[in-house]
Design a protein around this ligand. Sequence first.
Ligand code: FE2
Length: 204
Amino acid sequence: MKINFEFVDKHYAARTHEKMKEVLMDPNGDGPVNYYYMIRGGKEQKNITIWEPGTVCGEYIKTYGHYHVGKLDETYWILYGKAVAVEQKLALDKEGNMIPNVVEEFRAIPVKAGDSIHFASGHGHLCANVGGTYFVTADDSPVGFEDKKDEASMPGHADYLLVQKMRGFAYYVVEYRGKPALVKNKLYKEIKKQDLGGLLIIEK
Ligand SMILES: [Fe+2]
């Protein structure tokens, strides 16, 4: 396989606490400087993500979450640790645009090393690290270093704005009596269908 070494120094990025405040259940909570680290090799070489363990005001350390631009599915292979993967598909208006606060289908999926998860095209996704160790994945989403400066941190295939607008997904993954549970994000108006993966919903 031919690797393009020209972009190697651009492969790495980290998601900071400052940026994550936009999507935290409690933006005033204390968290690590960096929540997760990304090394982007793209579809062929794969992308590696490493999550810090821990909670911020009870919410497990998570990825920011995004929707894919255009028709693009994605597979994550869990290499180490334990997480709850969160997937949501937004309802569409008459023009086919996503309605930010109406969820057609929500899923929480507990995962561990050895599992893989497939996210269908149009399904937003994030993972929350619910173990006491780093959580590590490989995924096959594309990168395009040629046309974008900040590709490692904010790849062109991902739309973060809908998540930013809603301050996260429809539920936050929180620690409750030592185990993962869910807290509803009250900014969402409706969730039409949900599969919570056996997790409890608690009030915060
Ligand atoms: Fe993705």
